[in-house]
Design a protein. Structure first.
Length: 276
């Protein structure tokens, strides 16, 4: 895919929740797998002294080498191939020349366009020796994501997803960010429906087989409030507490849910050094 091809992709929501058939699911498997492979590569890259600009370059080169295109590059003026969110940065962190430090936690959020379809996923990475409270936050966030995914099935609601995430996170004395949500996905980067990561069972949109969307909870050690920095992108916790996020692209099947962005190497749950 070229810059021109990417620019020609549809970018606007229609207000209609799309129901995808077998061809759409097959396309999402291909896009999701490649995105997961890009995140697998990062497990060997993220370490003290590496800059997020270097990570961004590797992400771009990976996409080009695999005939894909980073969806964030040029999206609404964003100039990078990956979002790099460190410590108290909640999401949309911008790559720069500052090196990672021992003890940091970082979220890498990558979306690759493959044959016109978007594979969207993010993972947390531990930089060197990480304090226990930071590692615990990462563990809680991953578990919250997987509980949200487990709630997906035909006849369930988007509120069931949010309730599963919120109930677990708050029981672990963490908070759920309200300012950002998951979203429909496919040939559009951001589509209907919105997937809130908090809520009540039975409320929201009823799920139907063929729906495709992301679930991407952002969990804070402190309060849930965030603010956007002057660059217009970077969201940080107002109380400077640590924040973590995991994201998968999923599809509602006739019997439950399919995760499109599972790591081929089994590296979706940290610490990735324990992967098979």
């Amino acid at each position: 895919m070229t810059y021109i091809d990417a620019a020609a992709m549809p970018t606007r929501k229609t207000g209609v929740i799309k129901i995808h058939g077998p061809e759409g699911f097959a396309a999402m498997r291909k896009a999701g797998k490649l995105t997961a492979e890009a995140l697998d590569v990062m497990a060997d890259v993220v370490k003290p002294g590496v800059t997020t600009a270097q990570i961004d370059k590797i992400a771009f080169e990976f996409a080009m080498d695999h005939k894909a295109y980073p969806a964030t590059l040029g999206y609404r003026g964003f100039r990078h191939s990956v979002c790099t969110s460190i410590n108290h940065v909640v999401c949309h962190g911008i790559p720069d020349s500052k090196p990672l430090r021992d003890g940091d936690i970082i979220n890498l959020d990558i979306t690759l366009i493959v044959d016109g379809w978007h594979g969207d996923s993010s993972r947390m990475y531990l930089v060197g020796e990480v304090p226990r409270r930071a590692a615990r936050l990462v563990e809680v966030t991953y578990e919250a994501l997987m509980l949200g995914i487990a709630a997906v099935k035909p006849g369930a609601t988007t509120g069931d997803i949010g309730a599963a995430i919120q109930t677990f996170a708050e029981a672990e004395r963490c908070s759920v960010v309200r300012d950002f949500c998951g979203h429909g996905l496919g040939q559009l980067f951001h589509d209907e429906p919105n997937i809130l990561h908090y809520g009540r069972k039975g409320e929201g949109v009823k799920l139907k087989a063929g729906m495709i969307f992301t679930i991407e909870p952002m969990i804070n050690l402190g309060r849930p409030q965030v603010k956007i920095l002057g660059d217009g992108w970077t969201a940080v916790t107002r109380d400077r507490s640590l924040s973590a996020q995991f994201e998968h692209s999923v599809g509602v099947t006739e019997t439950g849910v399919e995760i499109f962005t599972t790591s081929p190497k089994g590296m979706h749950q940290p610490p990735y050094t324990n992967a098979s």
